[in-house]
Design a protein around this ligand. Structure first.
Ligand code: IMP
Ligand code: MG
Length: 179
């Protein structure tokens, strides 16, 4: 699907970041990770649902041996973060002494990634970093270091490329913002 404007539920969105720009940003992250983690066989932990497309495109560009697993945390409903992060579901890998890279679609308040970080750090990984396709810098409520960032965006609601508005829009190849 590639329309310039789309309607999801009751809201209209227009293209904000075209696919080619997304893929360029991802290539740069993948090159940095491939160099930073040479010889370390990192384990990527992608956060479902939003990061599935980011993870797929990023991993195709990573040129070193690596592993990937998917997990789920839930904190976001409608267009505002609830600020509550429930249990981590689906983490079966042993992460002690592993080099972990969390893959997140977007860091907004930072609640999700911060809570996940605390949980994972308690399992004693060798190292842990965050790669986020998008970052809303104005919204960060935690002292988070996001090492790999695709693009910083203003405090606007976006959909597409894995991101949804109440379930819709994840399949869009571009990132759209609210009109
Ligand atoms: P945080 O916990 O506030 O950082 O929110 C992180 C999660 O909220 C992300 O993983 C997204 O799933 C969701 N989210 C944050 N901002 C947006 C947005 O603009 N559009 C769609 N989902 C968003
Ligand atoms: Mg998400």
């Amino acid at each position: 699907m590639t329309p310039a404007r789309i309607t999801l539920h009751d809201k209209t969105f227009e293209i904000n970041i075209p696919e080619r720009q997304i893929l360029q940003a991802i290539e740069i992250i993948a090159a940095r990770i491939s160099s930073d983690y040479a010889g370390k066989q990192p384990l990527f932990l992608a956060i479902l649902n939003g990061a599935f497309m980011f993870a797929a495109d990023l991993l195709k560009e990573v040129s070193i041996p690596c592993e990937v697993s998917f997990l789920r945390v839930s904190s976001y409903q409608d267009m505002h973060s609830t600020g509550q992060v429930s249990e981590i579901i689906g983490l079966k890998e042993e992460i002690k002494d592993r080099h972990i890279i969390i893959l997140e679609d977007i860091v907004d308040t930072g609640h999700t990634v911060y809570a996940l970080l605390q949980n994972l750090i308690s399992r004693l990984p060798a190292s842990i970093e965050i790669a986020a396709l998008l970052l809303k810098p104005e919204c960060q409520q935690h002292p988070l270091q996001v090492k790999y960032i695709g693009k910083a965006i203003p405090n606007e609601f976006v959909v597409g490329y894995g991101l949804d508005y109440n379930g819709l829009g994840r399949n869009l190849r571009h990132i759209y913002k609210l009109v």
